[in-house]
Every structure is written in structure tokens, then in C-alpha cells.
Ligand binder design. Structure first.
Ligand SMILES: [Zn+2]
Length: 353
């Protein structure tokens, strides 16, 4: 989620976040709305008359660049989950327009960050775009979103469990670049965010205003911590690399941070794949993975998406060390662990049975 050129003297910051019913938004400028069909119907009470309404259908840079050409207006709105909002960030940054994000589900941290993830050559690349100028949170919309979707972004906080393990292991092996060295304080803060999520997973999964406000707070703190570090190693490790790799097995991978289409047209959320990655990687790291599975269950995150076959999981695990080497991803458990077909099979059985 961050670019290489992020330096310590310029710390990124969170967008303004306002709480407001979508029906009460007053917008007089010519608005370009980037959304997806389910998100737009979830935001049906929205009081904006768009000059352009565009349903986002791709996640490559070429697609986003083409979209940018046809967008004409004075302000960009991103309405939905990660894909719609990441695309809106790209369009607004390229066209030099103000940007308002309206998350309809808390499915990723994309509405808080200043980069756009694009899929390229079977991996993810983050392009500098811009953070929204304003994020509008309508708590009723978030609470009424489908239970399996509304809190799936909690996986991007739970991923601290495996990512921070990877980052610490890299430190022990002297594999962290100079600008990605660990401080014990960062580990303390990351551990606190993780523990707070674990302690409140049930409340968040219930989709209460209290639970979803806490999830929003945790996502804000996770993003701000990454800004302070200048990289996202604290929450992006082998579990995310597993996700980027397995996306190549989903026939029409369509999501950036949310909304990958599985083979049968069924949507696979980023958080679902990250949840699966956390379980597999925490088991391979010999961590107490069962508490993470319990948390995912409380959060109502489906870590066994139907569109992802056991064969695809096994193949992804066996090829993971080649994948991370090929894409030059930072040092994690996936860098050195040789996962044989047998280990893959046993790990899958352990965490999914
Ligand atoms: Zn993520």
C-alpha cells in the first residue's frame, strides 16, 4: 500500500473522515461516480445526481488509464469497496480532481490509503495515487451490508499476526533493508492493534455500530502505523503474497482489493483470501493459528471461499517460494520454507478441517 519513495520526512496522513447519512450529502459540483452495481444499489438513498456514473470492471493500470480519459467532471466519488475506491483514487489523482470516498462495506483499508493497487503480470503493484480528501461514513449503510462482507477488512488488521512474524523473522535473519528495520515500539503498537481486534472480533462480526466504529478505528491506526514506518511490512507479509499468487487461479480475477470474481462468477473478497492466507501461513510459522480461525469465524469472514479449490491452494503453496522470488517480494516465511505437496496437503487439512 505504500510506494518505495515514501521517506520519513514526509509522513502520510489519513483523510478527513466525516459521519453523515448518504442521503444528506449535498453536492453541487459535476460529480463523476465510480462504483460497482451492488455498491450503488446499497447506496440507493444517496443524494447526488451524477454527471457520470461508471461501473468499475477492471483492475489493471491500462483499464484505469482508459477510464481516466473518459471521465469529465469537477469531483470524483468512489462508492463501494476496495475496487471502486482504488479506481476513483487513480482517476482523481491523474485528472487533478478532488476525491470523496463513500465506503459501503469495510472490506479493505483502501478508502484510507494514498496508493492504488493494480494487477500486473500476476502480481500486485501499488501506484501512487491520492488519499481521498474526504471519507463519508454512513454507519447505517455499513451495519446493513451483508454480514459476510461488511467487516471483511478486519482481515487487513488480523494480517498483522502473520506479517509481523515475517518481519521479525527477517530482522533475525538480517534480511530487512536499512529503511525497514524493526523497532520494539512498532511491534508493541502492532501487537496492541492485533489484540484489540482479537478481543472484539465478535462485536465487530455482529455488525453493531460500536463494532464497526472500532473496526474503522483499527483500520485507521493500522494505516497510520504503516505511514509512520514508511512501508507496510507490519500488515503485509506472506499471507498477502499467498493472496496475490492464488488470485491467478481465479479465472476472471477482477478485484483490486475487493471483488475478485471466482470461476463461477461468485465474488471472492480480498478479506476472505487474506483470512485463508493468515491461517495457512500462521500454521506454517508454527503459530497458534486456531485463535485466528476463531477470530475469522466471529468476524463472519468466510476463509473458505467456494471459488477457491483445495487443489488451487495446494498448488499455490507449493509454488509460493518461486513466486515470491520471481516477484522480488520482501523476506518472509515463504522465502525459505520449502513447501512440499505433502506439507501443503497437511497444512490445508490442519487449518480447514
Ligand atoms: Zn490487504
Amino acid at each position: 500500500m505504500l510506494q518505495d519513495d515514501c521517506s520519513y520526512d514526509k509522513i502520510g496522513r489519513l483523510p478527513n473522515i466525516v459521519s453523515c447519512a448518504f442521503a444528506d450529502i449535498s453536492e453541487k459540483r459535476d460529480a463523476i461516480i465510480l462504483t460497482t452495481e451492488p455498491a450503488w444499489s446499497a447506496a440507493s438513498g444517496i443524494a447526488i445526481d451524477p454527471k457520470q456514473l461508471i461501473h468499475v470492471k477492471g483492475n489493471t493500470e491500462a483499464y484505469m488509464a482508459a477510464l481516466t480519459e473518459v471521465c469529465e467532471g469537477e469531483v470524483v466519488y468512489g462508492v463501494g469497496g476496495g475496487l471502486a475506491i482504488d479506481t476513483a483514487k487513480y482517476v482523481a489523482a491523474t485528472n487533478g480532481l478532488p476525491l470523496v470516498a463513500l465506503p459501503t462495506i469495510l472490506s479493505t483499508d483502501a478508502f484510507l490509503t494514498d496508493a492504488t493497487g493494480v494487477r500486473e503480470n500476476g502480481c500486485v503493484r501499488y501506484l501512487a495515487s491520492k488519499a481521498p480528501d474526504t471519507v463519508i461514513v454512513d454507519m447505517d449503510v455499513l451495519c446493513n451490508a451483508p454480514p459476510a462482507m461488511r467487516a471483511s477488512g478486519a482481515a487487513d488488521v488480523l494480517s498483522i499476526a502473520t506479517a509481523m512474524w515475517d518481519w521479525q523473522e527477517a530482522e533475525k535473519m538480517d534480511e530487512n533493508p536499512r529503511d525497514q528495520q524493526i523497532t520494539p515500539q512498532t511491534i508493541d503498537i502492532g501487537s496492541t492493534l492485533l489484540q484489540t481486534l482479537l478481543d472484539n472480533a465478535r462485536e465487530i462480526g455482529r455488525g453493531t455500530p460500536t463494532g464497526l466504529k472500532l473496526l474503522l478505528d483499527l483500520l485507521c491506526m493500522e494505516v497510520q502505523l504503516c505511514y509512520l514506518c514508511g512501508h507496510s511490512r507490519v500488515e503485509e507479509g506472506s499471507e498477502h503474497y499467498f493472496v496475490y499468487a492464488i488470485e491467478n487461479h481465479l479465472t476472471s480475477a477482477e478485484g483490486t482489493n475487493t471483488g475478485n470474481m471466482g470461476g463461477d462468477g461468485e465474488t471472492v473478497l480480498h478479506g476472505e483470501l487474506v483470512g485463508l492466507g493468515i491461517l495457512l501461513m500462521s500454521a506454517l510459522q508454527s503459530q497458534p493459528w486456531a485463535q485466528y480461525r476463531h477470530a475469522l469465524e466471529c468476524l463472519q469472514i468466510n476463509y473458505r471461499p467456494h471459488a477457491v479449490s483445495t487443489d488451487a491452494i495446494a498448488e499455490t503453496l507449493v509454488n509460493l517460494s518461486d513466486y515470491v522470488a520471481q516477484h522480488q517480494l520482501p523476506y518472509t516465511v515463504a522465502t525459505t520454507l520449502r513447501i512440499t505437496p505433502d506439507i501443503a496437503k497437511r497444512t490445508i487439512q490442519t487449518v480447514l478441517d
